[in-house]
Design a protein around this ligand. Structure first.
Ligand SMILES: Cc1ncc(COP(=O)(O)O)c(C=O)c1O
Length: 455
């Protein structure tokens, strides 16, 4: 298949000149720099007539699919009203309505909501609120997590790659291994931590599912040592894994939950921090502190309308069930078709948050090639899989940000069976190529050389 290319050179030149030239170089190296002209459901149409299937969903943003007509209509309707979109001097009624629905869907002790515009901003709020509630400054986190790239959120991430060059971050942030309750208890017993913040399923860490009792034990330990149990459901929330929250798989009732990404249908930035009354009261504790934590765009009516429309769609189209059944179909098809290949380590996931983990080959010839690339750059192997899927098969997906040997599979929840089949066949062909043909590895060498030259 002939690679699609961008058609709008001028726009690209402006981007290179005024935004981020390195991003354009990276897309060029990976042969993924194409111009998208129309996106709908799980389909992305390029300027040169290619159809790409989106199995990344903007990292779990497009749960209802791209440009869902009901979200688009709700936004147009809201614009036509000429209402007080961002007055910040009034009671934002749509915010109350959306908050009420989010609390009801989340259940447990979550009964108040703070709205922001990004996942990171939600994490920042959670840090402040936990500190205000407990009077402690420490934040404990699970190693390998991803929580966002603002200074506070970044402090909660153990992977040094993301922090390099940015100076000192929040003090008193510490890490415990994900899944390990003994280490967790040792840390919590110091009573230095306001919150234990983690993703219930680590997305960028490699789509890592917790041991069955881990989250409930972690929650019990947090309660014992008066540390807030905070779940970052920025990727896992909004029915991505089946139920509204991934927490619902594990019967836990967190003190705070952070939602973002899919919350507003992929068209308007929006995040929400759900919390108990007690946590909220600790922050907004008096008239004087009524605005002690706010965000200009937080409750804007477009984000709220998009959020309400997204919840309607997720419920009306029964995307909870769709995520569950499509996920099962996908995992069993991948397991059946890929199990025989030596470089497949595991296929795992819940709902439509899934992963294929690769491993180094045992056979001498392939191992030599694999290790050469791993030495040049640990991401090259994974990016080669991503590039092949994109260029040769019209599939967009990505490796995990904190584990380059794991291909993350997170299509819109509206993905249909034909699209799932096309994905499985594409992956099988790429996996077969890496096992049976020298061309996969010789191309890898070419890319590796270009990467090294570009660094
Ligand atoms: C689990 C998780 N938390 C937080 C964030 C940060 O969200 P944002 O990029 O909207 O700031 C991300 C982003 O990928 C994420 O995956």
């Amino acid at each position: 298949m002939i690679p699609a290319t961008r058609n709008n050179e001028n726009a690209e030149n402006l981007y290179v000149r005024y935004v981020n030239p390195q991003w354009v170089r990276l897309l060029d190296v990976l042969q993924m720099n194409v111009s998208y002209v129309r996106c709908s459901g799980a389909e992305l149409h390029t300027a040169d007539g290619r159809l790409i299937l989106d199995f990344n969903s903007g990292y779990c943003v497009h749960n209802v699919g791209h440009n869902h007509p009901r979200v688009v209509a709700a936004l147009k309707d809201e614009l036509d009203k000429n209402g007080p979109a961002m007055l910040q001097s009034h009671v934002a009624d749509l915010a109350g309505e959306l908050a009420g629905r989010l609390c009801r869907l989340s259940g447990g002790r979550l009964s108040k909501v703070f709205f922001g515009s990004s996942g990171s901003e939600g994490v920042e709020a959670a840090i402040k609120f936990a500190r205000a509630h407990t009077g402690r400054s420490g934040i404990l986190c699970a190693s390998g997590g991803f929580h966002g790239l603002t200074c506070g959120a970044l402090s909660l991430m153990s992977n040094a790659f993301w922090k390099e060059g940015f100076g000192s971050l929040l003090p008193n942030t510490e890490f415990v291994p994900y899944g390990d309750t003994e280490e967790l208890e040792l840390k919590l017993a110091t009573k230095a931590f306001a919150a234990f913040v983690l993703e219930p399923i680590q997305g960028e860490g490699g789509v890592l599912l917790p041991p069955q009792e881990y989250l409930s034990s972690a929650q019990a330990l947090c309660r014992r040592y008066h540390t807030l149990f905070v779940l970052d459901e920025v990727q896992t929330g909004l029915y991505r894994t089946g139920p509204f929250l991934a927490a619902h798989h594990f019967a836990v009732e967190p003190d705070m939950v952070i939602l973002a990404k899919a919350l507003s249908g992929g068209l308007v930035p929006c995040s929400a921090v759900l919390m108990s009354d007690a946590v909220c009261d600790s922050v907004y504790s008096s008239l004087k502190r009524a605005l002690i934590h706010t965000s200009t765009f937080g409750e804007n009516s477009l984000a709220m309308r998009a959020g309400l429309a997204s919840l309607d769609i997720l419920e009306d189209e029964r995307l909870e069930q769709r995520a569950t059944t499509a996920g099962e179909t996908l995992r069993s098809a991948l397991t059946e078709r890929l199990a025989k290949y030596e470089m497949i380590s595991e296929i795992r996931g819940l709902g439509l948050l899934n992963a294929i983990e690769f491993k180094a080959p045992r056979s001498f010839k392939r191992r030599l090639a694999f290790e050469t690339f791993a030495k040049i750059h640990p991401a090259i192997f994974g990016q080669l899989v991503v590039m092949r899927l994109f260029r040769d098969h019209g599939i967009l997906c990505q490796v995990c940000g904190n584990d380059f040997m794991v291909l993350k599979i997170s299509p819109p929840l509206v993905v249909n069976d034909v699209q799932l089949d096309r994905f499985v066949s594409a992956v099988e062909q790429v996996v077969q190529l890496m096992h049976d043909s020298g061309s996969f590895w010789s191309e890898a060498l070419g890319i590796a050389q270009r990467v090294v030259r570009s660094i």
